[in-house]
Every structure is written in C-alpha cells, then in structure tokens.
Design a protein around this ligand. Sequence first.
Ligand SMILES: [Zn+2]
Length: 116
Amino acid sequence: MIVDEAQFLTEAQVDQLSDIADRYDIPVLCYGLRTDFMGRLFEGSRRLMELADSIEEIKTVCWCGRKATFNARVQDGHMVRDGAQVLLGGNESYISLCRRHYKAGMIAPADCGARM
Ligand SMILES: [Zn+2]
C-alpha cells in the first residue's frame, strides 16, 4: 500500500495504517513532508516518525547548495511566516531552503551577488 501526501494524515489514520501492516502483513509505504512552512512537524508526519520501522530522507537542496530542510511558503514573491498549516487553492508556492536562508527569509540570492 502506498500513501502519498502522508503529512495530511491524522494521528489516528497513521495508527490504522500500522494496524494494516501488523494484522495483515501488508507493507505500507508513506511519502510526505516532515514539516510545514513554519518548520513544525505535521501531525501525520510526527506519528509516522514514532511508528515507522524505517525512515528514508529524500534530500533536496537550497539555492545556496546546502541541504534544504525547510519548505518556505511564498506569496507574491515574499516569504510568509504565519497562516493556516494547510492552504488549498491559494496562489502561494513553496520553496525548499536551508535553515540559514529560511531564518534570513532569503528565497533567492541577493541582487548584489553576495554569497551567504
Ligand atoms: Zn541556503
């Protein structure tokens, strides 16, 4: 069984998936984000980390080349730091950033070309 966008699962749903794996011996593979745009664990992702037999990280890279661990929400070219955890149908987008550039709010290199 494959579950995509697993960050949107509730804790109870992740528990149910673990029951499917244990009672029926069916492998369950979940794919999803670890944290939201504020850097907080999604409920479903937290429960998956608590219950999963194994966790594999798919690495993404910030524009600076460092490992990206944050998903910044971008609206009208600017990073948004608060709002609803799940926002469907909006005109926002998401950019993968390293922690340093997430904290600095830099979604792209500065115009002067300076490297951080
Ligand atoms: Zn960076």
